[in-house]
Design a protein around this ligand. Structure first.
Ligand code: SF4
Length: 434
């Protein structure tokens, strides 16, 4: 682990604290440029911390911008890496990446915030984070069972932008914009399409009306795209409308913004979120390299605003499908006050074979965590069943059978134990019970 210095919300000239940074060091740029002197603007409005990595990246690639601009989430959006030329300026692309970017058309374009680009290794195409945001040719290979809408969301959509699959809750899709486009996105068919911000206000009204007129809906998950990419006013309007609906007990927001654009967690956003409790947040994390000081700050601020934080992680081949990486991620999440919630089997979206692991790998990984570490650090491994079956948990089999009336249980370290069960007997996975 390397140690880097971090600028912690101090005005220019103040002391700089030492702090470990887990992500790889900023490797030399493809084409070295002469670096102007770093000027740190007066205390940024958002007072957000900026790591040395971010500051150096800013100085190298956006020499005319200030720390204050870097800390403005709208500046981050305006300056996203979107084109082959912009990628090439920051990253030495492999031939495969180069060809894949050139070939791309339609939804799920390339989109990377400058902040997230600063976490990418410019020289190593095999770096985990880089694999998640830079296209490769595997995206164009279609294999058995893959399709554009593997979860059958479109067929459970009574009005545009709303999925009603489970009896008491709905998924409200308020935007198709994300600051960063993940190459394995389940909604690859829609995110970033048609000029990006193409969800119509009238459609959101229709969806809100549907919720209002459907009393069984007690829980609304706001997703997209990324809902926190909306302006504060828009978000406040949607949350306010939902809060006025008496049967909506509970609102959740699914977002990757705090991970790819932590400066989005401004004071005004936190105030809006606080006004609409009970509100929970599911944050999308992929790899421990995302656990930067900036992200820790963003999560800490949300937790201080009373928002329970859970994580969702997609299991991805060559990115996070080894026990050490996963354990490090889960432990790191607990340290920044995020409870690991779901580990997802990667959905069979078109062109996802290069990301998908066998389901048995996920079970193995959970076996490697359960009992070996804090229970809070063990997410539930789920397969989101194709065609609208919903999330189905899959776990290692710890109940192995019966002997007389005793249930035989395997412990995390392989020991066998008996529990005097009072029946009726548990159905064991292979049907063996006596
Ligand atoms: S942030 Fe979420 S919705 Fe956006 S591209 Fe990534 S996985 Fe898809």
């Amino acid at each position: 682990m390397k140690t880097a210095r971090v600028l912690c919300e101090e005005p220019p000239g103040k002391a700089i604290a030492s702090r470990p940074v887990s992500s790889p060091s900023l490797a030399p740029a493809p084409e070295p440029v002469s670096l102007p002197k770093l000027t740190i603007a007066p205390r940024a409005k958002s007072s957000f911390r900026v790591s040395v990595r971010s500051a150096e990246f800013l100085r190298r690639y956006y020499p005319d911008a200030t720390i204050s601009e870097w800390n403005d989430w709208r500046w981050q959006n305006r300056n996203r890496v979107r084109t082959l030329a912009e990628l090439q300026r920051m990253i030495t692309l492999s031939d495969e990446e180069n060809d894949a970017v050139k070939r791309h058309a339609g939804a799920l374009p390339v989109g990377i915030t400058p902040y997230y680009a600063s976490l990418l290794d410019p020289l190593d195409a095999g770096q985990a984070l880089r694999k998640t945001v830079v296209p490769v040719l595997g995206e164009y290979q279609l294999t058995r069972g893959e399709n554009e809408d593997p979860l059958g969301e479109d067929s459970h959509s009574p009005v545009p932008g709303l999925v009603h699959r489970y009896p008491d809750r709905v998924l409200l899709l308020v935007t198709n914009f994300c600051s960063v486009y993940c190459r394995y996105c389940t909604r690859a068919r829609m995110v970033g399409s048609a000029g990006e911000r193409s969800v119509k206000k009238a459609d959101i009204e229709l969806a809100l009306d549907y919720i209002e007129q459907t009393p069984v809906v007690r829980d609304v998950l706001i997703s997209g795209g990324d809902p926190l990419s909306l302006d504060d006013d828009r978000l406040e309007y949607i949350l306010g409308r939902l809060r006025k609906i008496k049967h909506v007990e509970f609102v959740r927001i699914g977002s990757k913004q705090p991970v790819v654009q932590p400066m989005r967690i401004t004071k005004s956003l936190r105030q809006i979120l606080k006004r609409h409790h009970p509100l929970w947040m599911s944050l999308h994390f992929t790899h421990p390299d995302e656990l930067t000081p900036e992200v820790a700050e963003a999560c800490g601020r949300m937790a201080d605003a009373g928002i329970p934080l859970g994580s969702q992680t997609v299991l991805l081949k060559g990115v996070n499908d080894d026990l050490e990486t996963l354990r490090k991620l889960m432990h790191g999440l607990l340290k920044i006050r995020v409870r690991p919630y779901y580990l997802y089997q990667c959905d069979p979206i078109s062109g996802s074979t290069h990301f998908r692991t066998p389901v048995s790998r996920g079970v193995e990984l959970i076996r490697g965590l359960r009992g070996h570490t804090t229970g809070y650090a063990v997410p539930t491994f789920v397969v989101d069943a194709p065609d609208g079956g919903g999330k189905i948990p899959i776990s290692p089999d710890y109940a192995v059978g019966y002997e007389n009336d005793d249930l035989l249980l395997k412990s995390y370290d392989g020991g066998t134990y008996r529990y005097p069960d009072s029946g009726p007997p548990l159905i064991i996975a292979d049907g063996a019970h006596s």
